[in-house]
Design a binder for this molecule. Sequence first.
Ligand code: GTP
Ligand code: MG
Length: 337
Amino acid sequence: MRFIDEARIRVISGSGGNGCVSFRREKFVPRGGPDGGDGGKGGDIIIQADRQVSSLSDFHFRQQFKAQSGIPGKGKKLAGRNGQDVVIPVPPGTVVRDAETGELLRDLDRPGDRYVAAWGGKGGRGNSHFATSTDQAPRRAESGAPGEEKNLFLELKLLADVGLLGLPNAGKSTFISKLTHAHPKIADYPFTTLTPNLGVAESPDRLVNYVIADIPGLIEGAHRGEGLGIQFLKHLERTRILLLVLDLSRPDPRDDYRVLLGEITAFGRGLPEKPRIVVLNKVDLPEGQEKQAAVEKAFKRKKIGTFPISALTGEGIREVAGYLLGMVQKKSDDGKD
Ligand SMILES: Nc1nc2c(ncn2[C@@H]2O[C@H](COP(=O)(O)OP(=O)(O)OP(=O)(O)O)[C@@H](O)[C@H]2O)c(=O)[nH]1
Ligand SMILES: [Mg+2]
């Protein structure tokens, strides 16, 4: 399964219909005035977030979308019909970018959000608009404007309840592998995880489940694009809870917390406001045990609750799981998304 879902598409809006050159012909009117109608507008290409769609995989089969052109105007001032719009449904959480420049065009976060990716060309005006006092019989009408043609890059942000955040090697992947059936790569070197992993955690009675996202480790400056960070921080925008994993065997886990918090704050976009919980990992190591009490106390002073755990041995995992479950349930009861 791929969790960063991406697609490239080409969209072409309809061109406008041409205006018409025509003159009234009636039995007893020898020189009828101009009566050419206007051309219709070309169809737009609209990208719309739709709850019914859950991935971008359909775009592997279809990459090009073209809207109808407007119909040309006719005599008797008949306007041509507008070309039909094309609505492309995408999952909520899809980001639309210009495929050439990478520029962010629109974030379609909520179901129903729409983005006109290519505007249909305007219809041309018929010659009935161009009569003047000196030219009663204009043979001039406008052509319809051409449609737009664009290459777009679509990207689906992860949808998870809980996002894991930590420095490289803190034990995030080990943690998710204990709590869920995910089997991410785990190794004793930084940047083992290169793309996000999702895992589904279940309540002991299996009635409730929630999704956890494990993303690559963050380093200082991630929000500016250092390391692998920023690409993945944005996936946390849609998670409801942030779970910070600190490695107790590091020289000072409180410094690591400050680094993570600094990145969250600098990144912004709703991350600083999310509920956070902190786990102190690797309590099984002697270096971890040494620091545990002091670190816990420091967080307590700041009124931040912590969970001492060992993702390796499984110690403390049940308590964290229970707490997360409670938070996820509480959030859904609030009716928040
Ligand atoms: N002793 C001990 N080692 C752990 C614990 N949790 C993880 N490790 C080890 O720490 C190393 C890194 O673990 P990962 O789970 O790959 O760490 P990560 O945070 O996912 O790392 P990146 O993907 O590089 O960001 C591995 O060698 C793990 O076996 C723990 O609780 N105790
Ligand atoms: Mg990892």
